[in-house]
Design a protein around this ligand. Structure first.
Ligand code: DUT
Ligand code: MG
Length: 630
């Protein structure tokens, strides 16, 4: 599916689901013209240029404009004050020291101390103000990005890799933060210092100015070469680090499988290999640093020696005062310092700009499911679900549902059956509008699901997913997830309907029992009943359930069935059924085959028909019946 992106989305705008619908005239890209967003499979309409990335990154500082202006003024002030010190030293040498005028020397010394103190104070204020605005901006960035990601519809999350999203939220934002908080100010200050030190040096002595400038080209060359070499190596280093974190993450998630198959040794060697590669790359970086720093120091010292030679000669000839020589030395240091910084400031900026590009790529992803600007609240429904000639595709050109039409009446229980991959999950995903149809429409009580707000729609549909996901917290919190305001009595009532009350009460802490990240302390059947209770607590007029295929023992099976029967009473229920008991309890069965509805009717009607359903019955369901009878 083509995901259109609009490059005009500003991070300040509301995130997608709550945002506006696509502009009607937004052009579809011709196939092949898409560009894969890094790791997301996101197709972007326009790539973000580095300039745009910088502009939009700076945009995050806009709310703190006044502080930023203050920072810029302070930057100027400190750079200029920095220039005064060598000048004052020159004065003290030429006007006092050489004349032996001690009181004046003391006066100058005091002046220099005062100046340095002022400079230090201004510096502190500047750093603090900058940190204040940047920390706030980064706080905004992180929040907006997280909000944006979490509001993205299913399709986006299907395509995204968890690791990639996490690294956007963590290391990319870290780099952006360093750039905004340190890089930009440092670049500005370094440039200012460089320019003013040049001017001052030439003012002291044109000859020494020219001398300083002859040392600059090799220094700049080394700095640029260094950043050219280091840039890609830093990138490779981070890639490798990402690989290591990914392996840790993956192995940890699958640690039980690793142990079950006794593959610890393999994983350890894999990890060791990745780590060795990481070290190799680190050494590559260190090697360059090991060359870079000493050559810079050498050139700096060479400059000083030349300065002493040429300047000393001039002093002896009386063309230059001693004070001017000493001051020139100070200015020359101020000239070289920035060059030593510039290389790695450039690396830092490039990285932050690339991080910005990756981040704005997410902000620019146009969600395929979004509310219309004039979406209405879906009023409380009776629960009639209607599919009208619905076709659907996850990816462009591979339709998984073809022209499906059916009606589910209020309070009816409908079972959906079909082979694996026939499109059962896809059908029910369209009811709460987790995805949008490609053609046709889905209505609830006559309202097209695309015309109503997502919140009002999903509030009225209880969804039980195939995989029972529990969050870390207590059982009560997990049940109340969709309605945090629910009272304990309501929670218990829902748990009772879901046949979960008894086993919950068997824990010492009852409803306050904490469940782990994935509820590891609970069995599969218990987890599922908690998710059923979670859906029931919403008391939704419509309940949809992707029943798990995982086989449970007959006792649990019976309890889940009881839970389902109780929860489906008095509402419209759509259940993907794998159990005969569910099927028999349904008012109607819809049979899917390769994305088409092939049969519809009651258990007896479909058996008599002797088609798909009868085949499924004979191959799988009948065995369950035998098992139950036994
Ligand atoms: N499909 C995708 N992308 C997805 C999910 C599914 O392309 O994100 C494809 C796989 C399959 C078809 O859609 O060919 C229908 O999948 P669905 O999950 O709807 O099948 P099911 O009937 O629910 O299968 P199962 O019984 O295995 O859950
Ligand atoms: Mg499924």
């Amino acid at each position: 599916m083509v995901v259109e992106t609009r490059s005009q989305v500003r991070p300040g705008q509301r995130p997608p689901e709550a945002g506006q619908a696509a502009r009607p005239g937004a052009p579809r890209r011709p196939p092949g013209a898409e560009r894969e967003g890094e790791g997301f499979g996101i197709v972007s309409r326009s790539s973000i240029t580095p300039m745009e990335s910088v502009r939009r990154l700076l945009g995050f500082l806009a709310p703190y404009r006044r502080v930023v202006i203050q920072v810029i003024l302070l930057l100027f002030a400190t750079a200029l004050l920095g220039m005064a010190t060598p000048y004052l030293i020159q004065q003290v040498i030429d006007k006092a020291l050489t004349l032996g005028n001690l009181p004046v020397v003391a006066l100058y010394a005091l002046g220099i101390v005062a100046l340095s103190l002022t400079n230090a104070a201004l510096h502190t204020i500047q750093r603090y103000s900058l940190a204040y605005s940047v920390e706030n901006a980064v706080y905004d960035i992180r929040n907006r990005l997280y909000e944006w990601i979490i509001r993205m519809p299913f399709g986006f999350h299907d395509r995204s890799r968890t690791g990639q999203l996490i690294s956007r939220l963590t290391s990319d934002i870290d780099r952006i933060s360093r750039f905004l908080g340190f890089g930009i100010a440092e670049l500005a200050s370094v440039t200012l210092t460089f320019l003013s030190a040049s001017i001052m040096l030439f003012r002291m002595s044109v000859q020494l100015g020219l001398l300083g400038w002859t040392i600059l080209p090799p220094m700049i060359w080394i700095a640029l070469r260094g950043s050219q070499e280091l840039g890609p190596r830093f990138y490779g280093l981070r890639q490798q680090f990402g690989r290591i974190t990914a392996q840790i993450q993956e192995n940890y998630a699958g640690v039980r499988v690793v142990k079950a198959f006794a593959r610890e040794q393999l994983e350890i060697s894999k990890f060791r290999r990745e780590l060795q590669e990481f070290n190799r790359r680190r050494m590559g970086v260190i090697k360059i640093f090991a060359l870079l720093q000493p050559s810079m120091s050498f050139l700096t010292n060479l400059g000083l020696v030349l300065l002493l030679a040429v300047g000393g000669h001039a002093v002896l000839q009386g063309k230059l005062t001693l004070g001017q020589l000493v001051a020139s030395q100070g200015y020359m240091m101020m000239l070289f310092g920035p060059i030593r910084m510039i290389g790695w400031l450039m690396i830092m900026s490039q990285e932050a700009i690339a991080s910005g590009q990756r981040m704005f790529e997410i902000f620019d992803t146009q969600p395929e499911v979004k509310e219309k600007p004039d979406a209405i609240e879906l009023p409380p429904v009776k629960g009639e679900i209607r599919f009208e000639h619905v076709s659907f595709a996850y990816e462009q050109d591979t339709e998984v549902l073809h022209d499906c039409s059916f009606v589910i009446h209020p309070r009816e229980t409908v079972a959906i059956m079909g082979a694996t991959g026939s499109g059962k999950t896809s059908i029910i995903n369209l009811i709460p509008r987790f995805y949008d149809v490609t053609s046709g429409r889905v209505t609830i009580d006559g309202y097209d699901v695309r015309d109503v707000t997502l919140k009002s729609l999903r509030r009225q549909i209880g969804t039980i997913f195939q995989e029972a996901v529990l969050f870390s917290g207590t059982i009560a919190e997990n049940i109340a997830y969709g309605r945090p305001d629910a009272t304990m009595d309501e929670i218990i009532a829902a748990a009772k309907i879901a046949q979960a009350h008894d086993f919950i009460m068997s824990f010492p802490d009852g409803y306050q029992t904490r469940v782990g990240e994935r509820g590891v302390t609970l069995s599969g059947g218990q987890r599922q009943r908690i998710t059923i209770a979670r859906a029931i607590l919403l008391n939704p007029p419509i309940l949809i359930m992707d029943d798990s295929t995982s086989s449970v023992d007959i006792e649990t099976e019976y309890q889940i069935q009881q839970a389902l029967n109780a929860s489906m009473r008095n509402r419209t229920a759509v259940v993907i059924a794998h159990r005969l008991s569910t099927v028999k309890n349904a008012d109607r069965i819809i049979v899917l085959d390769r994305g088409r509805i092939v049969e519809e009717g009651t258990h007896e009607e479909l058996l008599a028909l002797g088609g798909h359903y009868r085949r499924i019955y004979e191959t799988t369901l009948a065995q369950q019946e035998e098992k139950e009878v036994a």
